[in-house]
Design a protein around this ligand. Structure first.
Ligand SMILES: [Zn+2]
Length: 286
């Protein structure tokens, strides 16, 4: 009896000891673990479980590292890579990336409807599968839908050609199931590509669509700044980059509100809004 009691006391002492040393280890660390946890918690009290995230991270953190390479790629592969239309053309094309996003895409479509303006949407395959009704709405309302990979990886840092092929084919399939045709328009996440990836996309019969006017809307600096980024850099034949979707903590309010400045002001200057395939006179399906 005494022996059994002694044994139990030893077990309890051991458990307390383990727990105490565990606690001490947490507190002995410079608070990294706890701070990180609290920071994330504060930042996102309602992180959704079912929202397909961008595998390569938010626009901001990736884009600040972007090398300026699209112009060189366009010169190397003029048949495959397009960045803008002709300077002699008074037409321009609005493009929206990273949707469909149930928080913002509907609002963007409402505004485009209001001004009767067509646009080109480069959607993530995972989000198209999650929100097919928004993709159908794009199509029904006269917009063009292109391929922006399935999970939005940083293709230069993380991916190889096999990954590109899988990401593009998976998205092409997802979109074909919704749209009823195979898109031939591709835009790379963050605009990141290199020679071999462009060559693979050409082999897959894609046109790689870049841009020459960046709204920088992912910085979320407000509608005035976003509109100014577009309006002050506008040229005839421009392809304008904006975002109707983002990470779970992204806010596209600036983008949405800026359209009320961008569209009427450019129309007043005599610009006509068209889709990317219209602007460049290229096919949008295979
Ligand atoms: Zn993107």
């Amino acid at each position: 009896m005494k022996k059994a009691l002694w044994k139990w006391m030893m077990v309890i002492a051991l458990m307390v000891g383990v727990q105490t040393s565990g606690l001490m280890m947490v507190h002995a660390a410079p608070g990294d673990v706890e701070n990180e946890w609290f920071w994330n918690k504060d930042r996102n009290p309602e992180r959704p479980d079912d929202f397909p995230e961008q595998q390569g991270g938010p626009e901001y953190t990736e884009r600040v590292r972007q090398p300026v390479s699209n112009i060189i790629l366009q010169q190397r592969y003029p048949e495959t890579v397009v960045l803008r239309g002709a300077l002699t053309d008074n037409r321009v094309a609005l493009t929206f990336d990273d949707g469909p996003d149930p928080r913002f895409t509907g609002q963007v479509l409402d505004i485009l409807n209001q001004y009767n303006v067509p646009a080109t949407f480069f959607v993530m395959g995972s989000r198209a599968e999650a929100y097919p009704d928004l993709v159908r709405r794009m199509q029904q309302e006269g917009h063009i839908v292109g391929n922006h990979t399935y999970w939005h990886p940083n293709l230069v840092e993380q991916a190889d050609i096999a990954t590109l092929e899988r990401e593009v084919a998976q998205t092409e399939e997802a979109l074909a199931n919704i749209l009823g045709y195979r898109t031939s328009l591709f835009r790379a996440p963050y605009g990141f590509l290199y020679n071999e990836l462009v060559e693979k996309l050409a082999e897959m019969n894609y046109t790689v669509v870049g841009w020459n006017v960046d709204s920088l809307d992912w910085r979320e600096l407000g509608a005035d700044d976003t509109a100014a980024n577009v309006l002050s850099n506008m040229e005839p034949g421009s392809i304008i980059l904006m975002h109707d979707g983002g990470e779970w903590d992204a806010d596209r309010t600036s983008t949405i509100e800026s359209l009320h400045q961008i569209i009427p002001q450019l129309q007043a200057q005599g610009f006509e809004f068209v889709t990317v395939p219209d602007l460049l006179n290229i096919p949008y399906q295979k």
